[in-house]
Design a protein around this ligand. Structure first.
Ligand SMILES: [Zn+2]
Length: 457
C-alpha cells in the first residue's frame, strides 16, 4: 500500500488513542552514535569481526570498519564496546500486543520486548489501534520494537464474508491477516482474494484445512508447527473417533517418522515460513508444576490475572485425556525432531514463541524459545539466524534489517559475551538500540523495576 493511502486509512479508521507518555529518562532521541572498539557479529555469515567501530546516524548504520579506519563523528555519542559483542536485535514473529483499551499494558509489553533485545515484533492479535501504534513507533513518538501488525482474528461466517473481511483489513492498513476460525470451504476463496491484493495471511491452520492445502495456498507462515503431526499420520490410519487434539497430541502415537522427509520437502519447495513456537507446547507439556513455573524471575512483570490464567490453563490441560504425560512428552519429542529435520532440510524457519500465551512473558520467552531450539539440535548460531536475518527475509525485506551492514536499520544489541558460544549471552543485553534509539541497561532496568512494582501492589 502506498504511503499516502496508508496514512489515509489510518486517519479514517483508527481510533485516536491517548497513549501515556513514556517514563522519564527512557526516551532517547535517534541521533548519531558510535560503538567504539566492539566485536561485531554481522549475522550475514558465521564470523566475529574484532575491534570494529560502528556508526549509526538517524536510525541507520552508516559506517562499519576496523577501529583505526573509521572516524567517530564529532557529534556522536560514544558507546564503549571493548570486550563486548554487537549483533542485530532479535525478532518475535508470533507475539501479541494488547489493544487500545489497555494503554498502560501496551507500553509495558513494548518495554518488556526492548529490555530483552527484541527489536521487531510481528503482532498476531490485531486491534484497530495497531496501525496507528506502528506509525507512532516508527516516528519515534512511542518507544518500542518495530511492529508488523496482523488484522484482528479472522472469524468470517462464510467465503463471501471472508473475502470482504480480508479486503477491509487491507484497506485499514494492517500488514497481514491473522487466520482465525473461518469455515473450511472459505479458506481457498479467502486465500485467493488475499493473494490478489498482495495481503499475506498467516498463523495457525484453520479447522478442516490440511498442511498441504495451506502450503498450496501460499500461507505466509505456518505457526506452532500446526498440522504437522496430522500430516505424519499415514492416510487410512484407524484413528476412530479420537480427536487429533491440541497440535496433534491425540494422534501422536500414530505419527510415522518415515513421513518426516515429505513434511520437510513440501514447505521448503513452497517457500512457506515456519514459526515453531516450541515453548507454547513445551510449557504446557512439562512436568514442572504451574505453581513452580510462576516462580520464574520474569513472572514479576506480568499482571496477576494473567499469571492466574496460565496456572488454571496448565491444570486444565493436565486433565485432558489427549494430553496425559506420555502423549505430551511424545509430542514434545516429535516436535523437536521435526524442527531439526525442517532446519536441516532448508525449510524456512523464523523465531517466534507466542507471548504472552502460557508462561511466555514477552521478550523473556524468546530466550526460552531459543534454548529449546538448541535442545532440538540447532547450533546457537543457527538459532540466532532464525531470529535476525530470517525475520527480514520472511517479511520480504532482506536488506532492511537483521544483519549488521551499512544501510541496515539500526536495530542492535550490545552483549557481554558471544551468544554463538552460549545463547545465554543474548539475555539481558548491556544495551539495546531500536531504530537508532539507545537504551542502556540502566535505563532498561529502571523501567522494568517500575513495571514489577506496579504488579506487586
Ligand atoms: Zn498466538
Amino acid at each position: 500500500m502506498s504511503a499516502w493511502r496508508h496514512a489515509l486509512a489510518v486517519a479514517l479508521l483508527a481510533t485516536p488513542v491517548a497513549w501515556a507518555q513514556p517514563a522519564q529518562g527512557v526516551a532517547p532521541a535517534a541521533g548519531t552514535y558510535a560503538f567504539v572498539d566492539v566485536d561485531v557479529l554481522p549475522m550475514d555469515r558465521d564470523v566475529r569481526l574484532p575491534s570494529q567501530t560502528v556508526v549509526v546516524r538517524d536510525g541507520r548504520i552508516v559506517a562499519i570498519g576496523a577501529r583505526a579506519e573509521v572516524d567517530v563523528p564529532a557529534d556522536a555519542t560514544r558507546i564503549a564496546g571493548t570486550g563486548h559483542v554487537l549483533m542485530p536485535g532479535l525478532a518475535e514473529f508470533h507475539g501479541h500486543i494488547p489493544g487500545a483499551d489497555d494503554p498502560a499494558s501496551v507500553q509495558d509489553t513494548l518495554h518488556l520486548y526492548l529490555a530483552n533485545g527484541v527489536t521487531l515484533v510481528r503482532n498476531m492479535s490485531g486491534d484497530a489501534s495497531h496501525p496507528q501504534l506502528r506509525a507512532q513507533i516508527r516516528e519515534g513518538e512511542i518507544d518500542g520494537p518495530t511492529l508488523v501488525v496482523a488484522s484482528p482474528w479472522l472469524a468470517s461466517a462464510n467465503a463471501d464474508a471472508a473475502v470482504r473481511d480480508v479486503r477491509a483489513h487491507h484497506a485499514a492498513g494492517f500488514d497481514l491477516v491473522k487466520l482465525g476460525s473461518v469455515p473450511a470451504d472459505a479458506y481457498a476463496p479467502m486465500a485467493a482474494a488475499a493473494q490478489a491484493i498482495g495481503m499475506p495471511f498467516a498463523g495457525h491452520i484453520t479447522d478442516g484445512v490440511t498442511l498441504e492445502m495451506a502450503l498450496d495456498a501460499q500461507q505466509a507462515s505456518i505457526d506452532h508447527l500446526d498440522r504437522y503431526v496430522e500430516f505424519l499420520v499415514p492416510p487410512g490410519t484407524r484413528t476412530g473417533d479420537r480427536d487429533a487434539g491440541w497440535f496433534g497430541s491425540g494422534w501422536v502415537q500414530w505419527a510415522d517418522r518415515g513421513r518426516i522427509e515429505a513434511a520437510v520437502v513440501r514447505p521448503r519447495d513452497a517457500g512457506v515460513w515456519n514459526v515453531p513456537t516450541l515453548s507454547l507446547v513445551e510449557h504446557m507439556a512439562s512436568s514442572e508444576s504451574p505453581e513452580a513455573m510462576l516462580q520464574w524471575p520474569e513472572m514479576r512483570y506480568m499482571p496477576a490475572a494473567e499469571r492466574e490464567r496460565w496456572r488454571v490453563a496448565k491444570h486444565a490441560y493436565a486433565a485432558r485425556d489427549t494430553f496425559q504425560p506420555e502423549a505430551a512428552q511424545a509430542l514434545v519429542t516429535l516436535r523437536r525432531e521435526l524442527l531439526k529435520a525442517l532446519h536441516d532440510g532448508d525449510a524456512p524457519i523464523v523465531l517466534g514463541s507466542d507471548a504472552p500465551q502460557f508462561f511466555n512473558v514477552p521478550g523473556f520467552s524468546i530466550h526460552r524459545e531459543m534454548a529449546m531450539m538448541q535442545a532440538a539440535g540447532l547450533t546457537p548460531y543457527e538459532v540466532l539466524v532464525t531470529g535476525t536475518r530470517n525475520a527480514a527475509r520472511a517479511l520480504g525485506t532482506p536488506d532492511a534489517f537483521g544483519t549488521v551492514e551499512v544501510g541496515r536499520r539500526a536495530d542492535l544489541v550490545l552483549l557481554a559475551g558471544d551468544p554463538r558460544a552460549d545463547l545465554s549471552h543474548a539475555r539481558a543485553p548491556l544495551g539495546v538500540m531500536a531504530r537508532g534509539r539507545w537504551w542502556s541497561r540502566e535505563a532498561l532496568d529502571a523501567r522494568l523495576a517500575e513495571i514489577a512494582a506496579r504488579h506487586a501492589e
